[in-house]
Design a protein. Structure first.
Length: 217
């Protein structure tokens, strides 16, 4: 006999697949106003443990001994809690679903009776949350003036072009400064050469034309 996740292969297909995923259970704040909250603490802890460990098909699969270990309450306390949870609710007079029973015996364990009801409430709440987000997004889009996005993009493009133009002007100004400095150095060098050449021309002929006379003449 082959075992899948600790259960016989002869289990129903949806049960086998349900065991492949971890389950979670929402706890609604209304629970503190229910008659269940008036039960003994041990009964509440056993029930909450069953909620936390039930499979996706809302069945808690385990023995009283196992649940006693999981809830830290012991096998005898679990058996007493099961009697309370599977019996009609005597604390309330008005009509209740399943006569106020919280659990029902199942071939593989215990079925949590109100789990589908609260799962549906969770779906409805999630749908309302999605609708609120969609409405908020729609209102935000509606507040945006027509063409505002295009105008913002055009403004950014203009600012980018202005920055590029200023940068090009700075580069051109720097180039002109360098060119001006280069020409100035060339002029200064040329002037220096002319000065030296002029001095050479003046001193040369004077030395050549001078007549050396003997001392005493």
């Amino acid at each position: 006999m082959r075992i899948i996740f600790g259960y016989e292969n002869s289990r129903k297909r949806h049960n086998r697949y349900a065991l492949m995923y971890k389950n979670w259970t929402p706890i609604w704040s209304d629970i503190v106003w229910s008659s269940l909250w008036d039960e003994e603490d041990a009964v509440m802890k056993v029930f909450l443990t069953m909620l936390a460990l039930k499979d996706a098909d809302d069945v808690y699969r385990g023995s009283a001994y196992q649940l006693g270990q999981q809830s830290r309450k012991g096998e005898g306390v679990v058996l007493e809690a099961w009697k309370v949870l599977s019996s009609p609710d005597s604390k309330r007079k008005e009509e209740q679903e399943h006569e106020g029973r919280r659990i029902q015996a199942h071939p593989e364990g215990w079925l949590i009776l109100n789990a589908p009801k609260y799962r549906q409430k969770m779906r409805e709440e999630a749908a309302r949350a999605r609708n609120r987000r969609a409405q908020a997004a729609w209102r935000a889009r509606k507040k945006t003036p027509p063409g505002a996005v295009e105008q913002a993009v055009a403004k950014l493009e203009r600012e980018g072009k202005e920055v590029e133009a200023r940068r090009a002007e700075e580069i051109e100004e720097r180039r002109l400064e360098i060119e001006s400095a280069r020409k100035l150095r060339e002029r200064e060098g040329r002037a220096s050469e002319l000065t030296e050449e002029a001095q050479g021309q003046v001193g040369g002929p004077a030395e050549v034309g001078r007549v050396t006379r003997p001392y005493g003449d």
